[in-house]
Design a binder for this molecule. Structure first.
Ligand code: NAD
Ligand code: DAU
Length: 352
């Protein structure tokens, strides 16, 4: 069909993490064709990829992975050799409001992709890389880390749908020898992050002097990783990970939500020339998330020991870069905080 070494279908490439993965692959591998297949839900935004959209090795297809026929057509049109699957409904609060969209995209959509890959790849060198989350492992107590051997214990509709897709991925490996790889990552942050998630929401509200909603007591713990380090981990696992294996990805970087928001307030007071403590006065404790997982923390030593991957920057550096990106990309922020997101914001936060 052409001279490309691989023809990779990246699903969800217009989303937060997907756009970083697409950009990285396009730049590092001009000999790969990258086909970005995305439904462009509220979370998908082609403005995330304006800097690379004219590259010769990039194609975009607006498809819904729940539509099996559409998935089959894209596979055939581009003679797809590999899949990196990121498309998903990704926000826990939305899954509590309405789980069915999560079942459709995260479970049915994933099985459509697996089935189509299985039917098309009868022989040759292929990889189906499924991008998953640490939330499938459930919630940790004060100590311990999630390893690849931790039993699955999903507790939200979102994590239950991701756990289900992970099981299907491994079932296709064991049953049909589909060449799968899987990664389970902790919380990401960085540029192009949709401002319904904690860090970009807080940056937006601090900038506009709006209340900063902290669920419950603010003592839930998350392990934060810079999105570009997640993209580099996916690149590494896709190329060098072992078939049939899963790899945990994380930065050993645990923060309680309240510590994190206080740190962000301090950082933004400095950047915006405000008095120290001004932004922290916006902190407002609100009703807790239903079934709120207490703590996530990842042991990424398998990835580090086997494949030599490590995060490239500290959280303090990454957060500073992230705040700078949001402050200097106002047009991007204005676009995504209007429309459907605005309605959602009104429902979730009562217009605060
Ligand atoms: P996101 O919500 O920002 O992006 C999801 C993308 O998928 C969007 O572009 C959306 O349009 C697309 N999409 C949704 N439904 C689709 C469908 N039916 N057909 C085709 N495209 C569809 O999500 P994200 O935060 O970038 O997460 C990407 C992946 O990484 C997800 O699978 C998520 O579970 C996983 N993950 C996310 C994090 C995190 O912290 N954000 C951490 C670990 C793993
Ligand atoms: O761990 C990986 C997961 O991280 C991904 O699989 C998910 O796709 C991603 O959304 C993220 O899930 P979380 O639920 O941890 O992220 P979120 O940004 O929604 O919330 C982070 C923490 O902050 C969580 O404890 C809830 C809390 N929170 C969140 C929001 C939006 C608040 O206190 N206030 C808020 O307004």
């Amino acid at each position: 069909m052409d001279n490309f070494d691989r023809r990779i279908l990246v699903t969800g490439g217009a989303g937060f993490i997907g756009s970083h993965v697409v950009r990285r692959l396009l730049k590092n591998y001009p000999n790969y064709l990258i086909v970005n297949a995305d439904k462009l839900t509220y979370a998908g935004n082609l403005a995330n990829l304006t800097d690379v959209q004219k590259l010769k090795n990039y194609r975009f297809e607006k498809i819904d992975i729940v539509n099996l026929q559409a998935v089959k057509e894209v596979f055939q049109k581009y003679h797809i050799t590999d899949v990196i699957h990121l498309a998903a409904e990704s926000h826990v609060d939305r899954s509590i409001e309405g789980p069915m969209e999560f079942v459709m995209t995260n479970v049915v959509g994933s099985v459509n992709l697996l089935q189509t890959a299985k039917d098309n790849w009868k022989s040759g060198d292929h990889v189906f890389h499924h991008v998953s989350t640490d939330e499938v492992y459930g919630s940790l107590g004060h100590t311990g880390l999630f390893t690849e051997k931790t039993s699955y214990d999903p507790r939200s509709p979102y994590s239950a749908s991701k756990a289900s897709s992970d099981h299907f991925v491994m079932a296709f490996y064991h049953t049909y020898n589909l060449p799968v790889k899987m990664s389970n990552c902790s919380n990401n942050y960085g540029s192009h992050h949709f401002p319904e998630k904690l860090i970009p929401l807080m940056i937006h509200n601090i900038q506009h002097k709006k209340p900063l909603p902290i669920y419950g007591k603010g003592d839930n713990i998350r392990d934060w990783l810079w999105v570009e380090d997640h993209a580099s981990a996916i690149e590494t696992i896709f190329h060098h990970g072992r078939i049939g294996e899963s790899y945990n990805v994380g930065g050993l970087n645990e923060w309680t939500n309240i510590e994190l928001v206080n740190y962000l307030c301090q950082l933004m007071d400095e950047k915006l020339g405000r008095n120290n403590g001004e932004s922290a006065s916006l902190i407002t404790y609100v009703t807790d998330r239903a079934g709120h997982d207490k703590r996530y923390a990842i042991d990424a030593s398998k990835l580090e020991n086997e494949l030599g991957w490590k995060p490239s920057i500290t959280f303090e550096e990454g957060l500073s870069k992230t705040v700078d990106w949001f402050l200097s990309n106002q047009e991007w922020v204005d676009k995504v905080t209007s429309g459907s997101y605005k309605e959602y914001y009104e429902i979730m936060y009562g217009g605060r």
